[in-house]
Design a binder for this molecule. Structure first.
Ligand code: FAD
Ligand code: 2MC
Length: 380
């Protein structure tokens, strides 16, 4: 993997994540995908390296790194399994929201078990009727004394049914973004239930399910930030999440480039290695060039999010859009270079093709990313 002006510490973190991936993820990821295995033990091992609280502050027990370091870790783990890497990213987003906006009591209540991933976090924004238009969400939280009574349903929740902690965006006030608040809800609270596991094209190593709330009584103390701040908190969480999803595409695409180089050097047709055809060489050259360009933008955006730069949201959106579209396009070309064998599960490329496809859809579709960028451009 090429370097982008990384410090010695950043290289050490990248190296640690790459070694962890080579030992604990890459050899097993194909089986996780094929048999739909959720690798909870491996996720727990990742947390032992600090990956359960990458940008949670050290004061709260996290490893307090920046967003570029987080992207390096996600990219490295996605080289083995984009689905598992992304799952760990979502947990990090939820833990960060509690650390950044929660009261001290809330942090004390949840983070000590979340950082080691004894309890794993989900992020719950999407509903059946509000996907891209997230501010239209309808899940209600009505205050009754010291509790909110929560009723509604969240769609497509990563970790749904498996995870213990749900960071949930709910409506406590008026229509639109200003009436939204953020609550921490536990899996075993009365009135919470889960839909059947979704049957998906990819991301087989992690569960996805609807999460239903039927009069769930949640202590008022479980509010993250103030009432009405939930949408902003959710969006700030996604600024980082989108970088990580982009990084997962970079890692997956890099793996497929490496697989394509190896395969095209070995595979012979017309009496020569297919790597000797100029078409193959030009394809490989374009794949790497485009991936490096996307990687450079993503790392730059990550630094902006760490530094809380005024244009961080625009950069995170641009980087997510470019990295995920480029990643999928690179993997598609790697599959083509494998010919018919690329379509078989005997080679890993088809798994990456399926896993990366959803990165252009979730954590905001790539159309929504363009909307964010264009709105910001036209506002100025
Ligand atoms: P829609 O919003 O209905 O969009 C359909 C199409 O219309 C898209 O192409 C979209 O880009 C386009 N479109 C919509 N509005 C506009 C517009 N204004 N201009 C141009 N085009 C537009 N959500 C969570 O909250 N937590 C999770 O953990 C989570 N995990 C997920 C895991 C998986 C496997 C999947 C598939 C989804 C997950 N999601 C999760 C939900 C995901 O974020 C949404 O699917 C996504 O935001 C899109 O919403 P939607 O599916 O309702 O599509
Ligand atoms: N940081 C801080 N504040 C933000 C923000 C950000 N990144 N983005 C928006 N806000 C604020 C914004 O400033 C505004 O506040 P104010 O009125 O005080 O200025 C408020 O939030 C409302 O913002 P908008 O007016 O932009 O809201 P709008 O309703 O137009 O929608 C949009 C914005 C489309 C960008 C948002 O709904 C969106 O991101 N949709 C996509 C949903 C999404 O990404 N879902 C992902 C679910 S998670 C997932 O998929 C997983 C796998 C975990």
């Amino acid at each position: 993997m090429t370097q982008f002006d990384l410090t010695e510490d950043q290289r050490a973190i990248q190296d640690m994540a790459q070694r962890f991936t080579a030992d604990a993820i890459t050899p097993f990821a194909g089986e996780w995908d094929e048999k739909h295995i959720f690798p909870r033990d491996t996720i727990k091992s990742a947390a032992e390296l600090g990956f359960g609280g990458i940008y949670v502050s050290e004061a709260s027990g996290g490893i307090g790194l920046g967003r570029l370091e987080a992207a390096l870790i996600m990219e490295a783990m996605a080289y083995g399994c984009p689905s598992t890497s992304a799952f760990i990213s979502i947990h990090n987003m939820a833990a960060w929201m509690i650390d950044r906006f929660g009261s001290q009591a809330l942090k004390d209540k949840y983070l000590p078990s979340m950082i080691p991933m004894d309890r794993i976090g989900s992020y719950c924004l999407t509903e059946a009727g509000s996907g891209s238009d997230a501010a239209a969400l309808k899940t209600q939280a009505v205050r009754e004394g010291d509790h909110y009574v929560v009723t509604g349903s969240k769609q497509f929740i990563s970790g749904g049914g498996e995870n213990e902690i749900y960071v949930v965006m709910v409506r406590t006030g008026e229509d639109g973004p200003k009436g939204i608040s953020c609550l921490v809800i536990e899996k075993d609270m009365d009135g919470i239930s889960f839909g059947a596991q979704e049957r998906k094209l990819g991301w087989h190593s992690q569960p996805t399910a609807q999460v239903n709330f039927d009069g769930v009584r949640v202590p008022v103390d479980n509010l993250v930030g103030a009432e009405g701040e939930g949408f902003r908190i959710a969006m700030m969480g996604l600024d980082g999440g989108r970088l990580n999803i982009g990084a997962c595409s970079l890692g997956g695409a890099q793996r497929c480039i490496d697989e394509a180089v190896r395969y095209t050097k070995e595979r012979k047709q017309f009496g020569q290695a297919i790597a000797d055809f100029q078409n193959t060489q030009f394809m490989l050259a374009d794949m790497l060039t485009e991936l490096e360009a996307a990687r450079t933008l993503l790392y730059a955006a990550a630094v902006k999010v760490t530094e809380n730069a005024p244009d961080k949201t625009r950069f995170a959106a641009m980087a997510k859009r470019l990295a995920t579209d480029t990643g999928s396009s690179v993997v598609d070309r790697a599959l083509q270079l494998h010919g018919g064998y690329g379509y078989l599960m005997d080679y890993p490329v088809e798994r990456f093709w399926r896993d990366l496809r959803v990165h252009s859809i979730l954590e905001g579709t790539n159309q929504v990313m363009r909307m964010i960028v264009a709105r910001d451009m036209l506002r100025q």
